[in-house]
Write a protein that binds this ligand. Sequence first.
Ligand code: ADP
Ligand code: ADP
Length: 228
Amino acid sequence: MFVDIQHLSYQYNRATELAIKDFSLQMNKGEIVSILGVSGSGKSTILRLIAGLEVPKTGSITLDGKKVLDEKQFVQPEKRGVGMVFQDYALFPHMTVEANIKFGLKKRSKKAKQERVEEMLSLVNLSNLKKRYPYELSGGQQQRVALARALAPAPALLLFDEPFSNLDTYLQIKIREELREILKKTNTTSIFVTHDQEDAKALADQIIYIEGGKVILKGKPEEVFPYQ
Ligand code: ADP
Ligand code: ADP
């Protein structure tokens, strides 16, 4: 398995209950999984555990053949090969589109970096806007810059935390289609958390429905939502 997550559990300081209870997930390379659940069900916590921003109470994680977490080891976030796209895009406001995308590219020659940036710009269809600053872009365009920045270092796993919640409905539908296309084209293994059933259905190969930190349902979109 390209991604193998086993028995993650997590408890916040001073909380009386586990926020995450025995979460496991296996993914093939290039697969897109949606974690679906209402607010407070534990979606962001799962992403934070996978990214290495929290230390779980139990569990193990293997990414692309590399153990990044078990009882004995904890690989730091920046060494996991995990990328993240946030709700608010988190673009650097003082950097152009081009500089934002280049930012995460380390250990490459100047030429190789520029080539990669151009490739990403063309992938998200923003080549003509590369000299602009984030505030000079529409919400949809900022979203695409955030995606290009996250994809540029070719992460083993890309995590999305409700990336559409700031977009209007029309744009949300358009962008989730674009997003699926880009993730498939680049064969990027990704986990996408959302409270929106339509997002999950449109994007995912596999849906995991969680409630109170526990997996309730798991399957292909047509298995999880058979009557629609
Ligand atoms: P979601 O992303 O699905 O909205 P979260 O992962 O943010 O859910 O939260 C899961 C649970 O953990 C909720 O009950 C929430 O109140 C709790 N929680 C989240 N962050 C903290 C924190 N820093 N301290 C204590 N409890 C927290
Ligand atoms: P999208 O569908 O990609 O989100 P919009 O329909 O919101 O794009 O924007 C249409 C055009 O208006 C875009 O080409 C964009 O460059 C331009 N635009 C939107 N917001 C701004 C802004 N704040 N400053 C300059 N140009 C903008």
